[in-house]
Design a protein around this ligand. Structure first.
Ligand code: S3P
Length: 167
């Protein structure tokens, strides 16, 4: 079974992905970690040194590479992965089950403000402008996220409740 978790930055894709993978006994991989390993650089370093367009190009390349090589997995995507380079179609073509972890703007802003440094797109946004940034960004991205096979609302739910709903 091929499962991907998608959604905005800080929606819990990696945390829930790891727990789900353990529960259903499938290997777990985070696409950002896969990209970092392949490029031998952190995500902020890639953005800093080569820019976002380069990142989007290799994100698409490594997503396809991973899907080609693996049959059974839980994969968490980056927040922008579904929105670039026709990646939602790539998932559909590979018969991947996709799960959108949907969260309110308030929850995302709260979580993002706790740790912005590892997220280059938001690291330099002034604190008071973060809510507006997230609202606009999410408005642009929802179209892609909503193409997922399943949408799961995660606000006010414990990790355990989310995993139970997914099973
Ligand atoms: C991005 C999200 C990040 C990472 C990169 C770009 C985005 O992943 O892929 O910084 O465009 O939303 P997370 O969603 O895991 O933070």
């Amino acid at each position: 079974m091929k499962i991907v978790l998608l959604g905005y930055m800080a929606s819990g894709k990696s945390t829930i992905g790891k727990l789900l993978a353990k529960k259903i006994e499938l290997p777990f991989v985070d696409l950002d970690d896969y990209i970092s390993e392949k490029e031998k650089k952190s995500i902020p370093e890639i953005f800093e040194e080569k820019g976002e367009i380069y990142f989007r190009t290799i994100e698409n390349k490594y997503l396809k590479e991973y899907l080609n090589k693996n049959e059974n997995f839980v994969l968490s995507l980056g927040g922008g992965t579904p929105c670039y380079a026709n990646n939602m179609q790539v998932l559909k073509d590979n018969n991947v089950h996709s799960i959108y972890l949907q969260s309110s703007i308030a929850t995302l802003v709260k979580r993002l403000l706790e740790n912005r440094s590892k997220r280059p797109l938001i690291a330099n946004v002034e604190v008071e402008k973060v809510p507006e940034f997230v609202a606009k960004h999410l408005f642009e991205r929802r179209f892609f996220y909503e193409q997922a096979s399943i949408t799961l609302k995660i606000d006010n739910k414990t990790k355990k409740e989310i995993i139970t709903e997914l099973r």
